[in-house]
Design a protein around this ligand. Structure first.
Ligand SMILES: Nc1ncnc2c1ncn2[C@@H]1O[C@H](COP(=O)(O)OP(=O)(O)OP(=O)(O)O)[C@@H](O)[C@H]1O
Length: 282
């Protein structure tokens, strides 16, 4: 679906933002693009969506090189949620979305009110101007804008930013639902939880370079020290011991009267990110 080879980009002479990224996104997968602020995530998304011109290397979407592609045709097939949403502040959610929907053929358009209902948008605000909306409400309208054309390829830049925890859960459900429909999703984020819960594969980006790319589970597995913590009671006293999983092969190698719990020490995706880059995600 997306093929990127040796992608470079510079903002002016002295500011190289991307240093030769190579990756591909498979049909129907949720591909996470994970990195801290300033690592090059938005720059990459802007190039892939045709907003930022002048990159080096090659980018192809739907099997076509972006340099030669007919961009109008590409725009018809993609949906984009921007990090800083572009909405008309004086227009209502309904008017904004009807306007954006009008760029697409009728048979491709989703029903605006149905979509906003699905996003749990407060009905009393449907006709009020966007300028009166909270950040979470704007994010819902922006998500609706990205989904309005039933895109085959969806770009989401920090989709759960500005949402409360319940809103974030709802957005993750909606993203899952899109995946089930077969939509390919390029998810740009520094939210480790979103990436871990949603993505089939993630690329870690740091200072404009991809430093790791794999399924979250594999990244955690590869970087796990396979240690296990055992809590137990022995002679009336509660104790804990940490040991390698391999040491437990035959049996628990110490005296105990009762086991309380056995926990593996799996790293989080954030731990793995720090191991690769020496930096936190946020
Ligand atoms: N318009 C611009 N002019 C000059 N430098 C820029 C511009 N936009 C981004 N940069 C620089 O390019 C690098 C990558 O920025 P980018 O916005 O792609 O990072 P990001 O990972 O998306 O960060 P964030 O999460 O903060 O959006 C950073 O060093 C940033 O300062």
């Amino acid at each position: 679906m997306i093929e990127v080879k040796d992608l470079t980009f510079s903002y002016g002479k002295n500011k190289q933002a991307l240093h030769g990224l190579t990756f591909s996104v498979r049909d129907g997968e949720i591909f996470g693009f994970l990195g801290p602020n300033g690592s090059g995530k938005s720059t990459t998304q802007k190039i892939l969506t045709g907003i930022l011109k002048g990159h080096g290397g090659t980018v192809s979407l739907f099997g076509e090189d972006l340099q030669n592609a007919h961009m109008q045709e590409v725009f018809q097939k993609i949906g984009v949620l921007f990090e800083f949403p572009y909405l008309y502040a004086n227009l209502s959610a309904l008017d904004n979305l009807r306007y954006f929907a009008s760029f697409y053929p009728k048979e491709q358009q989703r029903d605006v009110e149905e979509l906003l209902d699905e996003l749990e948008f407060k009905r009393d605000f449907l006709k009020k101007p966007v300028s009166s909306y909270s950040k979470g409400m704007r994010q819902r309208v922006s998500m609706a804008r990205a989904l309005i054309s039933n895109p085959k390829l969806l770009f989401l830049d920090e989709p759960t930013s500005g949402l409360d925890p319940a809103g974030a859960v709802l957005f993750r459900k909606i993203i899952e639902k899109e995946r089930k429909k077969g939509t390919t999703i390029f998810l740009t984020t520094h939210n480790m939880l979103d990436a871990d819960l949603l993505c089939d594969r993630v690329a870690f980006i740091s200072n404009g370079n991809i430093v790791a790319l794999d399924a979250p589970r594999n990244l955690k597995e590869k970087n796990s020290n396979h240690s296990i913590i055992i809590s137990y009671l022995y002679q009336g006293k509660r104790s804990e011991q940490m040991m390698e999983a391999s040491e437990l092969k035959a049996s628990i190698p110490f005296a105990y009267d009762e086991l309380i719990s056995v926990h593996s020490q799996e790293p989080t995706l954030e731990d793995v990110f720090i191991q690769y880059t020496g930096r936190r995600l946020s």
